[in-house]
Design a protein around this ligand. Structure first.
Ligand SMILES: [Zn+2]
Ligand SMILES: [Zn+2]
Length: 357
């Protein structure tokens, strides 16, 4: 197969579809961009035209403002210069999509970021804040590999949220606020949808609330949330779960909380060094990305004989895929995960005690 036949190639601007003359999640300004989801590293400002999945319109506009945006419902297709383009649920955040491209009988799928539980198709394990990941059969699957190392295996969701609830309840009993740090788009809403809102009031940072509004407008059920300024008495703040982006850690914003315990929610919390570096009381391993078994299961489900690996642990994943008899290669993209990802990724790649459980 020659490179000319590839439906997606790497250009300085980003992943490019030559027959369709458009880009997927480009990192430099382009004429036409298909956007997999509204996280900042995938949905950048400055493109002339955007195409994205309809459920993500609100979150995209919350982040990019009044851009020229065309939306497609999941599964619907449009034709662009002979390339049939459709978007399919990725289970990562509200509106996240895999991009399916069909041209002259060949089908390629670019995953963007995706979340699929590793163990089985258990609806209880899905991300409750968006449409679950749907495998799409294809000839070539372009997969992310943010957590593409065997050490990454997520615990069942109910265990994780039971742990967060227990930490919150114990703090509430002691009259101490529970500050849970997590990315304000996606992670925060997943926490909100998963915790037991009966334990106490839930307070969110303004950055979280503006995304909550977009989720609620899209019909996602979230428990009632309040801003810290809306809570007058210290006693109810002492029973509250407070959800805020990692940037507030040790900032003046936290002084309003009085006595509090802090925790960090991220897939990187599986690494001891990441927990230590964060210097929080607790680390909860909660990710919107597939873990190692989830990546393997998702890749198998596509039936694709060829797999291209993007951001994450490309070399480990490519080696594993080749061992499975697949044609595997990597593409070097400029996507990164949450702010801390690169730093933590370096640690995970280095030999650590936890790498050999
Ligand atoms: Zn993402
Ligand atoms: Zn990503």
């Amino acid at each position: 197969m020659s490179l000319v036949d590839d439906l997606v190639v790497l250009r300085p601007e980003g992943l490019y579809c030559p027959p369709g003359d458009f880009y997927i999640d480009p990192w430099r300004p382009v004429e036409r961009a298909v956007i997999t989801h509204a996280h900042a590293d995938h949905a950048r400002a400055g493109h002339a035209h955007y195409l994205a999945a309809a459920p993500g319109e609100g979150v995209l506009r919350a982040r990019l403002g009044a851009v020229d945006l065309q939306t497609l419902t999941y599964g619907a297709a449009i034709d662009h210069f002979g390339v049939r383009v459709s978007l399919h649920p990725a289970g990562h955040v509200l509106g996240s999509a895999q991009v399916r491209l069909e041209h002259r009988g060949r089908v390629w799928v670019a995953s963007g970021d995706y979340f699929v539980a590793g163990a089985a198709d258990d609806p209880l394990e899905a991300n409750a804040t968006c449409t679950p990941f749907e495998p799409v059969r294809c000839d070539c699957f372009i997969t992310e590999s943010t957590f593409g190392l065997p050490i990454y295996r997520w615990a069942p969701q109910h265990e994780l949220f039971a742990g967060i609830d227990a930490w919150w309840a114990a703090n509430a009993a002691a009259g101490r606020a529970s500050l849970l740090l997590g990315y304000s788009f996606g992670k925060a809403q997943r926490i909100l949808a998963g915790v037991d809102a009966g334990i106490g009031p839930i307070v969110v940072h303004g950055a979280v609330e503006s995304l909550n509004a977009a989720y609620r407008a899209a019909g996602v059920a979230l428990p009632p949330t309040r801003r810290v300024t809306e809570i007058a008495d210290k006693a109810s703040l002492g029973r509250a779960l407070v959800i805020a982006p990692p940037s507030v850690q040790n900032s003046a914003w936290t002084k309003r909380l009085g006595d509090y315990s802090d925790a960090f929610a991220s897939g990187w919390m599986q690494l001891r060094g990441a927990r230590r570096r964060r210097a929080v009381d607790r680390g909860f391993v909660l990710s919107d990305h597939a873990d190692w078994p989830g990546l393997q299961r998702a890749i198998r489900a596509t039936g694709a004989p060829r797999v291209i690996v993007t951001h994450g642990y490309e070399s480990v994943m490519v080696r594993w895929l080749a061992e499975q008899g697949l044609q595997a290669s990597a593409l070097s993209t400029e996507y990164g995960d949450e702010q801390e990802a690169r730093e933590e990724a370096r640690e995970a790649a280095a030999p650590a005690p936890e790498a050999n459980p």
